[in-house]
Ligand binder design. Structure first.
Ligand SMILES: Cc1cc2nc3c(=O)[nH]c(=O)nc-3n(C[C@H](O)[C@H](O)[C@H](O)COP(=O)(O)OP(=O)(O)OC[C@H]3O[C@@H](n4cnc5c(N)ncnc54)[C@H](O)[C@@H]3O)c2cc1C
Length: 561
């Protein structure tokens, strides 16, 4: 583990500061330091790993195939790492990211327990002033934000949460030390992607489990399996092919959509496809499906009925089954949680479903949770209530650009960016995997690697051309944001109460009503070709200003003491 704070030096100026030591920050610091830049990573966590450092709840695992999630940049790394499961679990994922950092000796560039509280652009000196939680002010030429799009957990807004005398935590903050579950009465609030993983994992380990559900989600089987040495050898021999497939598909997975028209094949043929996909591993049921399920209400409804029947077949009590079937959205218009025996958990005598539409939670008490119907006593309460997604981590930092404009204010009604990587008014600030970029609606690391490479090339371009200031034009930002918004208009997901549309009843201003255009829905290949075209055309949409090129590690002349 990291010697936290070891890398904290007296040093106050860097060529680049990367905020976030997740999949994005780890690769970004490699690229920047390989280029010879003097750069550091700051993370509020106690160690590297981002998502996989934080989310230690039982059942936390990939729903991307492990070998499509790992980095693709190093053949040596691909040769050395053995994924043990098709959908690897959190401890192994964290080990992997540590392995990468150690292999490329990246830890020395990282500083932990360093929350970035503010980042102000200093127009006179053309640098960013970064205020860290420990009181330091650091400066840098380039500020690279790898803050994560699901890195700010949100708790429900319930009275009495502090009164509870047992253990309680959000899944994001599941304790690092083992939590004794045997013999415990556990209450869990939420039935989203995380809850579905936890519930299935702990159902047979606890004495009693009460699930408080407001709105059910559509789940489908993960169909996980171990990867043997022989299978891993085969995967290694096919890595080029695998990553080529990921680059070709909209979602960045190996799963390619069925190109036949939904209405051009018979009902029997549709069902035959769905029967096959339901038993296959991973997101096939979502992404190998007919494309119409994303855009055509009738097609989506027919497929949703098919999945509803599958749920009915798996849950013994018909009344419980009906409660587990979503009523307000169709399958696949929100990110689909993949599960392992989730529905079967409700066949156990010790697992109970409480529909809080019927019997709302009134408050958390000293002993448990009181609904309008009764009081439940618990030893542990788990809040599986999701994230202030996409812009949450940006909103938590006092980011001010040219003229002192606060990003939080600019993005009050939703983000506006150029390519998801630049923000007009915030010079030299880069987001390799920002809101509206190619990452959020795809297999993240595929988008992240592209974004990091693109941003690194961009910095190299600036340095080689003697530019020291770059900023997206307002027109470029406006047109990209309009493009992102327009793509929502054809998608059924625009109607969903989901983090894809900025909905979160536990975050002020995000409750309902206004849609936020959070994710780019054009798919990986279109995003990549657009971003590459921008670069080939001399970074169209970006305004550059010449100036002295900062030598590595030296502070720009104007800023020197
Ligand atoms: C439970 C879970 C399962 C997931 N499974 C998958 C999957 O199977 N496939 C997939 O593609 N994606 C998955 N994701 C999405 C996942 O977030 C991405 O795959 C990927 O890990 C994102 O990496 P990142 O580096 O961009 O962000 P993160 O991993 O979120 O890292 C961001 C880092 O920034 C730090 N940070 C934020 N704000 C500050 C600040 N102010 N100061 C200092 N540090 C800060 C955080 O502490 C964090 O460590 C999952 C997400 C969750 C929550």
């Amino acid at each position: 583990m990291a010697d936290n704070g070891k890398n904290r030096s007296e040093k106050t100026h860097y060529d680049a500061i990367v905020v976030g030591a997740g999949v994005c920050g780890i690769y970004q610091i490699k690229r920047l330091t390989d280029m010879g830049l003097d750069a550091t990573v700051l993370d509020s966590a106690g160690d590297l790993g981002g998502t996989w450092y934080w989310n230690r709840y039982p059942g936390a695992r990939f729903d991307s195939e492990s070998y499509t999630y790992g980095y693709s940049f190093s053949k040596e790394l691909l040769e050395e790492w053995h994924w043990k499961e098709r959908f690897s679990s959190q401890p192994e994922n964290l080990r992997y990211l540590n392995f990468v950092a150690d292999k490329f000796d990246l830890r020395k560039h990282m500083q932990f327990n360093c929350r970035v509280e503010a980042a102000h652009y200093d127009e006179v000196e053309n640098l960013w002033r970064v205020r860290v939680g420990d009181g330091r002010e650091l400066t840098c030429r380039f500020l690279v934000l790898g803050l994560g799009l699901l890195s700010i957990p949100t708790l429900p807004r319930l009275d009495g949460m502090d009164d509870f005398k047992g253990q309680s935590f959000h899944t994001f903050y599941w304790p690092h030390e083992p939590v004794e579950l045997k013999g415990k009465r556990v209450g869990i609030i939420g039935t989203g992607a995380t809850a579905i993983q936890v519930i299935a994992e702990i159902a047979d380990k606890v004495e009693d489990l009460v699930v408080f559900q407001r709105r059910p989600n559509w789940g489908a089987p993960l169909n996980n399996s171990e990867i043997s040495d022989e299978e891993m050898a085969d995967i290694r021999s096919r890595y080029d092919e695998i990553f080529a497939a990921c680059a070709r598909t909209p979602g960045g997975f190996e799963h390619e959509p069925d190109r036949r028209g939904f209405w051009e094949v018979s009902r029997e043929e549709r069902v035959a496809l769905w029967d096959k996909l339901y038993d296959e591993p991973g997101f096939g049921i979502w992404l190998r499906n007919f494309r119409e399920i994303f855009t055509d209400e009738k097609a989506n409804a027919e497929f949703s009925d098919y999945i509803a029947d599958r749920i009915r077949r798996r849950v013994k009590d018909p009344a419980v089954a009906e409660k587990l079937i979503p009523f307000d959205h169709g399958f696949g218009v929100q990110r689909v949680p993949l599960e392992t025996h989730y529905y079967e958990a409700y066949n156990r005598d010790n697992v109970h479903l409480v529909d809080i539409k019927d019997t709302p939670i009134e408050r958390v008490t000293e002993k448990g949770i009181r609904t309008s119907d009764k009081e439940f006593d618990f030893d542990i309460i788990v809040y599986a209530t999701g994230f202030d997604a996409i812009t949450g981590a940006f909103d938590r930092i006092d980011i001010r650009g040219a003229g002192g404009q606060r990003l939080r204010d600019k993005w009050q009604d939703g983000p506006s960016t150029y390519l998801g990587m630049f923000i007009h008014g915030y010079p030299n600030l880069l987001m390799p995997a920002g809101p509206q970029s190619g990452s959020a609606s795809t297999n993240y690391p595929r988008g992240i690697e592209f974004g990091v490479n693109w941003c690194t090339d961009f910095i190299a371009y600036m340095m080689s051309h003697g530019y020291n200031r770059a900023e997206a034009t307002p027109e470029a930002e406006e047109s990209w944001t309009a493009h992102v918004a327009k793509m929502y208009s054809t998608m059924l997901m625009r109607k969903a109460k989901s983090w894809f549309t900025g909905y979160n009843s536990n975050v002020e201003g995000h409750e309902h009503g206004k849609i936020r255009y959070f994710v780019y829905n054009g798919g990986g290949p279109k995003y990549v070709s657009r971003a590459n075209r921008v670069a080939e055309n001399g970074y169209e949409g970006i305004e550059f200003a010449p100036g002295p090129v900062t030598g590595t590690g030296t502070r720009p002349a104007a800023a020197a003491e």
